[in-house]
Ligand binder design. Structure first.
Ligand code: NAD
Ligand code: DAU
Length: 375
């Protein structure tokens, strides 16, 4: 087995670093290794936002490259020019609903884009004129590749068979298989993590938790798909970043690790909890009603009165749950945030960062929401 790179030796290419988890990871990594070298490659799609990298953009050792992961020559150039030896691959189309309306972009980025990175990594690191360059390719994947669980089923383990149900999940499953194949066939030093639902700062407001927070602040309906009894296992994003850090440091080549929060919630219960948190925040701070005059609690209504049942997502997975015992046992991983703490931090963050989310409520988001409800 090849010797592991020490974290301080790692020079990172972070794909999708302007997205939700990628940006949180950049902040996490730079805090741990302020002297380290980190290059973000991001196409700045609707989900990418340089404002999420606030405080990092001008730091020495931090570089931002706008570009597509499908541009293999660009990836090779970045690997060469910055002497990068580690890829942490977040870039993806990540929203299940969008994959149902328009799967093509998911195949392009998630499958072909991942292959483009693997090809570049193989060429630069494995086929280097002076012999193999020590390296790591870490691929960020999802629990959705395992499909759906019944109420009594045991949580997903790393050996649970893949059974992806949405075009998004199928594209992520394909990318996982490509990563595996490059390790098995060419000896590329890869690791993969399959994580459950993340929440926290910089989360694009088309996903359930930020959507509900912002819709309450704007007095808009809170759309609950179907009966709202679908279950997800929620993890604070910083805890996901910690897990990725441990895998980079201690993970075994060729292995995959499930990361989760042991924190299953039905969607309707999550939405009710967020309603309660915002009602309480408005009651405690009268200034909030001035800042958000359309918010339900500013209008003397309980936020829950905005709940609105809408048509279910086609093929909607009923339940996800992660067995994270392998990453705990082998790498010493434990989430640091309780859900009560993480969700409160998240609600507070959105209350304090309207400068971040306000610009996102323009065209793309409005068009998307319109399209969603037109069906
Ligand atoms: P996101 O949609 O917030 O961000 C994706 C980022 O990738 C954006 O910055 C976007 O501009 C960039 N991007 C998209 N296509 C690109 C391309 N062709 N080239 C370069 N950059 C491109 O996604 P996220 O929620 O941060 O998810 C990050 C990764 O984590 C994804 O691979 C996703 O499948 C996985 N994941 C997400 C969750 C979750 O709860 N959000 C859970 C488990 C796994
Ligand atoms: O499980 C990991 C996955 O979690 C990641 O791989 C995906 O990238 C990420 O987007 C997330 O997928 P979900 O589909 O679970 O997340 P989303 O926030 O879109 O939805 C969470 C649940 O809430 C899901 O059961 C659908 C439901 N929902 C969602 C929205 C946006 C609603 O009921 N109403 C909504 O308006």
């Amino acid at each position: 087995m090849a010797e592991k790179l020490m974290p301080a030796e790692m020079r990172l290419l972070v794909t999708g670093g302007a997205g939700f988890i990628g940006a949180n990871f950049c902040h996490y990594w730079r805090q741990r290794f302020p002297q380290g070298h980190l290059v973000v490659l991001d196409a700045l799609t609707y989900a990418g936002n340089q404002a999420s990298l606030v405080g990092l953009m001008n730091q020495a050792g931090f570089h931002f490259a706008e570009g597509d992961i499908n541009d293999t020559p660009l990836v090779e150039k970045l690997l060469h020019e910055h002497k990068l030896n580690t890829i942490v691959h977040f870039a993806a189309e990540s929203h299940v609903d969008r994959s149902i309306h328009d799967p093509d972009a998911f195949l392009h980025t998630n499958i072909l884009g991942t292959h483009s990175l693997l090809r570049a990594a193989r060429k630069v690191w494995l086929d280097a004129p002076g012999g193999v360059i020590p390296h790591r390719f870490h691929h960020i994947s999802t629990d959705e590749v395992y499909g759906t669980l019944g109420p009594q089923d045991p949580p997903f383990r790393e050996d649970t068979p893949y059974a992806p149900n949405s075009p998004y999940a199928a594209s992520k499953a394909a990318s996982d298989h490509l990563v595996r194949a490059y390790q098995h066939t060419y000896g590329l030093r890869t690791t993969t993590s399959n994580c459950s639902n993340n929440y926290g700062p910089y989360h694009f407001p088309e996903k359930l938790i930020p959507l509900v927070i912002l819709n309450i602040l704007h007095g808009r309906p809170l759309p609950i798909y179907g009966d709202g009894q679908q279950v997800r296992d929620w993890l604070f994003v910083e805890d996901h970043c910690q897990g990725i850090g441990l895998i980079l440091e201690r993970g075994e080549e060729g292995e995959s690790y499930n990361i989760g929060g042991h924190n299953e919630w039905a969607n309707l219960d999550i939405v009710r909890l967020i309603c309660e948190l915002l009602d309480t925040a408005f009651a405690a701070d009268t200034f909030l009603a001035q800042r958000f005059p359309h918010a339900a609690p500013a209008q003397g209504k309980a936020a829950e009165s905005l709940i609105s049942y809408v048509k279910d997502r086609p093929g909607h997975d009923r339940r996800y749950a992660i067995d994270a015992s392998k990453v705990g046992r082998e790498l010493g991983y434990t989430p640091q945030h309780s859900f009560a703490e993480g969700i409160r931090k998240t609600v507070d963050w959105y209350l304090q960062h309207s400068d971040w989310w306000q610009p996102l409520l323009g065209d793309v988001y409005a068009q998307w929401v319109q399209k969603q409800y037109a069906d």
